[in-house]
Design a protein around this ligand. Structure first.
Ligand code: NI
Length: 171
């Protein structure tokens, strides 16, 4: 396994739309393994392939507190949504920023596994929130897109400062 580099906003590659997975081969399994390793190393609960520069509809997740329940979602698709819930979210591609986003409280999901086997399931709570966040990534959308224009401006200014600091010479 190998750890992958997670893209950070405002990297334009985060804005691409991912294509459905059609080949359920060893390359896909390898990518899923590497994404899981990266997600654990970065302490995230979810990671979309777009975030590591791959435009495939592939997501890894682990919502367990013991971090021992890895899940891989291939071609996830929301069939229906119900209710509203507001939860504080963060994202590996938007370091050190957390804010409330309103999403559907319950979703009906259609998803495939690494062998291309499809199933449907009902999700709620953090699981439903995380899946909606990750599917947004697959469509080139970030959770900060839901913020008010004022909050967004403030955040982008802050991210700009971070970037300047990172590129300053290290003495
Ligand atoms: Ni994210």
């Amino acid at each position: 396994m190998a750890e992958l580099t997670v893209l950070r906003t405002p990297d334009p590659r985060l804005r691409r739309k991912a294509a459905p997975v059609r080949d359920f081969n060893g390359t896909l399994k390898k990518l899923a393994e590497n994404m899981l390793e990266t997600m654990y190393a970065e302490d995230g609960i979810g990671l979309a392939a777009i975030q590591v520069g791959v435009t495939s509809r592939l997501v890894t997740m682990d919502l367990s507190s013991a971090r021992n329940h890895p899940r891989v979602l291939v071609n996830p698709e929301i069939l229906s949504r119900e209710g509203r819930v507001s939860h504080r979210e963060g994202c590996l591609s938007v370091p050190d920023y957390y804010d409330y986003v309103e999403r559907a409280a319950r979703i009906r999901l259609r998803v495939m596994d690494l062998d291309g086997q499809a199933r449907e399931e009902d999700c709620e709570g953090l699981e439903a929130i995380c899946i909606q966040h990750e599917i947004d990534h697959l469509n080139g959308k970030l959770f900060i897109d839901y913020l008010s224009p004022m909050k967004r401006r403030r955040l982008l200014k802050k991210l700009g400062k971070l970037k300047r600091r990172e590129t300053a010479p290290v003495l």
